[in-house]
Design a protein around this ligand. Structure first.
Ligand code: FMN
Length: 337
């Protein structure tokens, strides 16, 4: 494939969501393959010292590239952690294939997908869609568990609240978060303040606490912890919340859960739904381990995702979309010979 064709594929890959929109990737393309490398200069040493969430982000970008190639009529094989390259993954072209409607629909969802943190419409997520997501994630050695039982929901909500409390009390965490917040709407990375709902997440009518991106800039409030983990949940917004996880907890498992998450997000977008990750409880070993035991999980939780139908925006402002670095900054092309 020519350089400009790879630029199109990498443009699609970089639409992937990433933790704090750090976009921790760089790509090296040759005529028949593209490698994805972790960009260590964009690390989050406080929030993500092992790089787990950044490697998941790279797994999503890798799979977005596969989807874009399929829609363009290219068959491809993905190898994770190829020997001797230092890459997280390589995608090798295997030859032309007929692009089907499914590939085109998923590729079309790449540009339409955005993290939506506002409360969702009061409309239940169809059970068949959740079944389909479960089947699809299984292809990547990743399980997907809808949090439906009340005691699991209460435990998860409680652990998110505990983690958020720890984060808001940690100046190093707050400084790192603030360094990735952006007020300039043209910013090429980081989380735009306009993409984060105004107001204190504790005040909104939801039992699911979204990450507080502007905690450090607000008057400190008396922290309302979730209290008694056995108390019934309050009557509030109820999105579908799914937990995704893997048997292992190494780079390969993180990449696989990222690839599975890519498919989940594109499938959900294609079905007219929206999503937002809620990963605070997975940021810290203490709350992550407690989630394993409280929910009797097999393996390791990698991603907690809130899913639902978008709010009716007929009269509201258009949502703020996060920026991306130009492809030229993240792609190096090495011509054959
Ligand atoms: C591994 C991972 C963890 C994330 N955790 C959160 C989170 O806890 N809360 C949140 O609001 N967004 C979270 N996000 C979403 C990112 O902030 C978002 O993808 C990024 O700002 C780019 O915006 P976009 O998804 O609209 O393209 C996470 C994304 C990834 C990939």
């Amino acid at each position: 494939m020519e350089e400009q064709d790879w630029a199109g594929v990498v443009a699609a890959a970089t639409r992937a969501p990433s933790i704090h929109n750090t976009q921790p990737w760089r790509f090296v393309a040759r005529d028949d393959r593209v490698e994805l490398h972790l960009d260590a200069a964009r690390a989050l040493p406080v929030l993500d010292p092992t790089g787990r969430q950044q490697v998941i982000s790279c797994g999503i970008a890798l799979e977005f590239a596969v989807v874009a190639l399929a829609a363009a009529g290219w068959g491809a094989e993905t190898e994770l952690l190829p020997d001797g390259t230092g890459a997280l993954g390589v995608i090798r072209l295997t030859g032309p294939v007929p692009a089907d409607d499914e590939a085109r629909a998923l590729a079309a969802a790449i540009d339409r997908r955005h993290t939506v943190r506002t409360p969702f419409a009061a409309r239940a997520v169809p059970a068949e869609l959740l079944d389909r997501l479960q089947a699809e994630t299984g292809r990547f050695g990743t399980w997907l568990k809808p949090i439906t039982r009340s005691e699991e929901e209460v435990a998860t909500v409680f652990l998110i609240s505990r983690a958020e409390e720890m984060e808001q009390g940690d100046p190093a965490y707050l400084a790192e978060l603030e360094s990735w917040l952006r007020t300039d709407p043209a910013a090429e990375d980081g989380v735009p303040v306009g993409a984060v709902p105004e107001g204190d997440p504790h005040e909104r009518a939801s039992n699911w606490l979204i990450r507080d991106f502007v905690a450090g800039q607000r008057e400190p409030h008396a922290f309302r912890a979730a209290g008694d983990p056995d108390a019934p949940p309050p009557e509030v917004e109820r999105p579908a919340v799914v937990l995704m996880g893997t048997e292992g907890d190494d780079r390969e498992a993180w990449l696989q859960s990222g690839r599975a998450l890519a498919r989940v997000l594109l499938r959900v977008t294609d079905a007219g739904l929206v999503a937002s990750p809620l990963t605070q409880a997975l940021d810290w070993p203490a709350t992550r381990t407690r989630m394993q035991s409280r929910l009797s999980l097999v393996g390791y939780p990698q991603m907690l995702l809130r899913l639902g139908y978008p709010p009716d925006r007929a009269d509201g402002p258009a949502p703020v979309v996060s920026g991306r670095r130009p492809v030229a900054d993240v792609l190096r092309f090495e011509p054959a010979g």
